[in-house]
Design a protein around this ligand. Structure first.
Ligand code: FAD
Length: 362
């Protein structure tokens, strides 16, 4: 699948998730929006005009471009009440910063959250949920949306039952079936709430099994949350070549303008790129290796790398993507000042029989 098709697909998914959410609350005449970006602006305009809601429930805009889009909406629909809330988070970011400031390391952040029990309960949307089946004007598109939602929760519960018990041992592999939760796509689209996921894991731990793996899945969700907090606190600085780093001597590599000239000569990185371009998904290990190669071997700007991922990843998420790229480039919050992955070592440990490379080099 080419780039255009993949990004179209992501756009379609985003559209479905937004329409789906809007129908959950539409009887209350509230129109909720999670993603605010340029591609979404037209859809938003169209939806407001056709559904005429009284209230717009919108994720608190953080970045300059989001604020601009929202200003435009505010000016175009003067009677619309716009309620900005920090959606899609495990904790209350504003209260966290007021009480603790921004923790320079993930470790400090995690300890504060765990010690003070800061993860919030999911918002109860059940009472607002409309049974789509009884709606007479239901069309095929909406049926598909319902499927996406149901699939996400059902799929995750299935993952909990069958695979979570070994998550800590498998999540770091470069490929394989059910090695990780696959939560990133529904999370990035706003289809699943991270709070609901944590609640489901807690229930599973209480009633079925609690081990290092069940804890580790919550640990990774806290990484996501840390990068969300970072975006909230640092705003558009996360798009700077120097990232959030205070270091004046940060090496700034050149940006990529002509992607057709880019070559991945290493067989592992070549394979990772193939998988990324063809499927829109690669594992965390593969993302780390790719990012390190891009920055440390090709000596190219981490920002270009982050944009490259943005154009291909099905689960693209601003804070998680830029936060991870900054981390590896050493312009984020890594106390070790960035990461360099030795390719030969990675191959020996994660693809000793060349299974992965053979699969993607054909
Ligand atoms: C350079 C780079 C770019 C990335 N870009 C994105 C992105 O655009 N969107 C995205 O969702 N993830 C991104 N990640 C994080 C991670 O690779 C994916 O979330 C994960 O591979 C998705 O698969 P999963 O849901 O099965 O993960 P699991 O291992 O099952 O993790 C469960 C959830 O925890 C969170 N999580 C896991 N690993 C990380 C991490 N390293 N940082 C922050 N949160 C994490 C995610 O929300 C994930 O869905 C990136 C990582 C790197 C190194």
């Amino acid at each position: 699948m080419g780039l255009k098709n993949l990004s179209n697909k992501r756009f379609e998914l985003k559209k479905y998730s937004a329409v789906s959410l809007s129908h959950k609350l539409i009887d209350k005449n509230i129109f909720p929006i999670i993603n605010i970006d340029k591609s979404f602006e037209n859809v938003l305009n169209y939806q407001i005009k056709s559904l005429k809601p009284d209230k717009l429930l919108i994720r608190e805009p953080i970045y300059d471009n989001e604020i601009k889009i929202l200003n435009k909406i505010e000016n175009s629909f003067k009677s619309l009440e716009i309620v900005k809330i920090p959606l899609q988070s495990l904790i209350n970011h504003k209260e966290f910063i007021e009480s603790y400031g921004f923790p320079e390391t993930f470790s400090k952040f995690r300890k504060i959250v765990e010690k003070n029990n800061l993860i919030l309960n999911p918002i109860d949307t059940k009472k607002n949920f409309i049974d789509f089946k009884v709606r007479s004007n239901l069309n095929k598109e909406y049926e598909r949306i319902v499927d996406i939602e149901k699939f996400s929760i059902k799929d995750f519960i299935n993952y909990l039952k069958k695979h979570v018990k070994s998550y800590k041992e498998t999540r770091d592999q470069i490929h394989g079936q059910n090695i990780s939760s696959q939560l990133s796509v529904p999370l990035s689209l706003g289809i699943l709430s991270p709070r609901r996921i944590v609640k489901l894991i807690n229930e599973y731990e209480k009633n079925v099994l609690s081990n290092q793996s069940t804890y580790w899945l919550k640990f990774e969700l806290l990484w996501r949350e840390y990068f969300k907090l970072l975006g909230f606190y640092h705003g558009s600085r996360i798009f700077n070549p120097k990232g959030i780093s205070q270091n004046e001597n940060v090496i700034q590599h050149p940006e990529v303008y002509d992607w057709s000239k880019l070559e991945f000569k290493d067989d592992l990185v070549f394979s990772i790129n193939e998988q990324l371009v063809k499927t829109g998904y690669i594992t965390n290990r593969a993302r780390q290796i790719f990012a390190s190669y891009f920055i440390n071997n090709l000596k190219l700007s981490w920002l270009s790398g982050a944009r490259y991922f943005k154009s291909y990843l099905m689960d693209y998420d601003t804070e998680t993507n830029y936060g991870n790229w900054m981390y590896i480039a050493g312009v984020g919050t890594d106390p070790r000042g960035g990461r360099v992955f030795n390719l030969e070592k990675q191959k020996n440990v994660y693809d000793p029989n060349m299974e992965y490379r053979k699969k993607w080099q054909i």
